[in-house]
Design a protein. Sequence first.
Length: 150
Amino acid sequence: MGARGYRVAKVDGEIYMASILIIDDEKDIRDALQMVLERAGYEVRVASNGNEALELQREAPAQLVITDIIMPEKDGVRTIKELSREFPGLRIIAISGGGGVEPLAYKPGAITTTAYLAAAKEVGADRVFSKPFDRKDLIQAVDDLLGKLH
């Protein structure tokens, strides 16, 4: 753990205070994820849609983004594309609700959680989770993606 109990991350050889940006249009989900990740020692900011998230990321870049896929204004797949293009090396976790647990396979035209998450991986998500997911699995993925220097 770094100063004030915050976790630090090693990204591309540089050490940072580990900052996470959560994007979800559902306030309850944003709040729950923020609470879990702050308790795990991360600095967390939240956005309710992709446009707001891009503005926040431009102002003060996070090292990792957790984004929902199905949102109004700008969906998660478009948001991931833009973030990946504008912030190379940014770690991204995509989350989406519902659906089954079958293997991820992109199927054009299919409107399933697995198709959305597969599309997210295609455009740059490092990890994907189907809601609901275990908070320990999420924290482990975050730790793995941020290099876990604490």
